[in-house]
Design a protein around this ligand. Structure first.
Ligand code: SAM
Ligand code: SF4
Length: 386
């Protein structure tokens, strides 16, 4: 078992709910009590430590929701509890997601002093009309301020953009990405807008009030993003993530490579390798129940084949792909020596023949053409053989 361990901390609140978002995030009806959050996070961490035993803590990631709304004292108490519970690496990465408009210089400094060393800003768009259409409450100027202060205050900085939005053309996107690059640090995430069931965006699309870009425009935007960011020194290391080599998000990279991570906070997920197997853990999303308890997460045992399929699915999203040696180290004991044993031979041969995948001694990885159709490709490769 790899001793490397990552901690995900979920903060459940946002100031307002964006029309496209189906994350477990809520607008609180009244002001929360920071002391209750600290107590609940501490109890959750203590319970998780009881399950994991001693581990090497490689990263902490505050996601949400909008964790920049949490008081820096809350963040500091959680960082402290995590560092005391496990053995932190000297370079332990501590990321916090921040919404522009929720932070000023003072708060950012306080967050840094609380132990955050990597800021991830939810920029989403540099076009004012698009921010409005997405239901974001901040302005482009708020974003630019947050990024400028963020660069000054934090060692490491990333921001999120959402592309393939209604009305976006390739030309407009290229201009926008160029502007975004002026504010970019070592890392960016660029997501294609996804229409999630049950969101106001899904209703607007269903009722014809909003039209999503057609497939060709989406593909052109995807391809141009990879090309432009690679030329700017931040090649894709995952489908939606771009970084200067060595500046990848260690938290997410660890998870995509199959490391263990624990989740604390309402709705937090985790993957834990324990003495009696590997488990998917899931906290219930109810914030008030969590504040009272927190209740133990649901633990679902994953059998070797499920684990191996999940590993292949996630690792194929990485530019480095699935490592044959890494796969063998993780699964040989369970009778699976090579990732290709899980794949439909015909689908694999066809994808290699079409130049969508490379399959060699190092493992299996998507090519620049393959990554454009990765979802379909993965489904075909891993279609249930049982
Ligand atoms: C938890 S949010 C980040 C922090 C913060 N709440 C914010 O929105 O700025 C994670 C990221 O997921 C992305 N995201 C959320 N819903 C999405 C959707 N339906 N399609 C594409 N990207 C989405 C956004 O880029 C967002 O920044
Ligand atoms: S995108 Fe971020 S700010 Fe918007 S509702 Fe989702 S979690 Fe909250």
């Amino acid at each position: 078992m790899s001793p490397e361990f990552h901690l995900y901390v979920h903060w459940p609140y946002c100031r307002s709910k964006c029309g496209y978002c189906d994350f477990a995030s809520y607008v609180p009806r009244q002001m929360w009590d920071p002391a209750r959050f600290v107590a609940a996070y501490r109890a959750d961490i203590a319970a998780l430590r009881g399950r994991t035993g001693e581990r090497e803590l490689a990263s902490v990631f505050f996601g949400g929701g909008t964790p920049s709304l949490a008081e820096p004292e809350v963040i500091g108490a959680v960082v402290e509890a995590a560092m005391a519970a496990w053995a932190p690496r000297a370079d332990c990465e501590v990321t916090l997601e921040a919404n522009p408009g929720t932070v000023d210089k003072k708060r950012l400094r306080a967050l840094r002093d609380a132990g955050v060393n990597r800021l991830s800003v939810g920029a989403q768009s540099f076009d004012p009309a698009s921010l409005k259409a997405l239901g974001r409450e901040h302005s482009v100027d708020d974003t630019k301020h947050a990024l400028t202060w963020g660069h000054d205050i934090f060692e490491r900085l990333s921001f999120d953009l959402i592309t393939a939005r209604p009305g976006l053309s390739l030309g407009l996107w290229e201009d926008e990405l160029g502007e975004a690059l002026e504010f970019a640090g070592e890392h960016l995430s660029v997501y294609q807008l996804t229409v999630e069931d049950g969101t106001p965006l899904a209703r607007a699309v269903a009722e014809g009030r909003v039209t999503m870009p057609d497939e060709d425009t989406g593909a052109d935007i995807f391809e141009a993003t990879r090309r432009i960011l690679a030329a700017a020194g931040r090649p894709a290391y995952e489908v939606s993530n771009f970084a200067r080599p060595g500046a990848e998000c260690r938290h997410n990279l660890g998870i995509w490579r199959g490391a263990d991570y624990g989740g604390v906070g309402p709705a937090a997920h985790g993957r834990l390798t324990l003495e009696d197997g590997r488990f998917a853990t899931r906290h219930a999303p109810d914030v008030h129940a969590w504040l009272k308890g927190p209740p133990a997460p649901r633990m679902e045992a994953l059998d070797a084949e499920e684990r191996a399929r999940e590993h292949v699915m996630m690792a194929l999203r990485l530019t480095e792909g699935v490592s044959a040696a890494g796969f063998a180290a993780a699964f040989a004991e369970a009778g699976l020596a090579d990732p290709r044993e899980l794949m439909h031979r015909d689908a694999l041969d066809e994808a290699v023949g079409l130049g969508l995948l490379v399959s060699d001694d190092a493992g299996v990885r998507a090519t620049e053409t393959g990554v454009m159709v990765l979802n379909t490709l993965t489904v075909r490769l891993l279609e249930d053989r049982r």
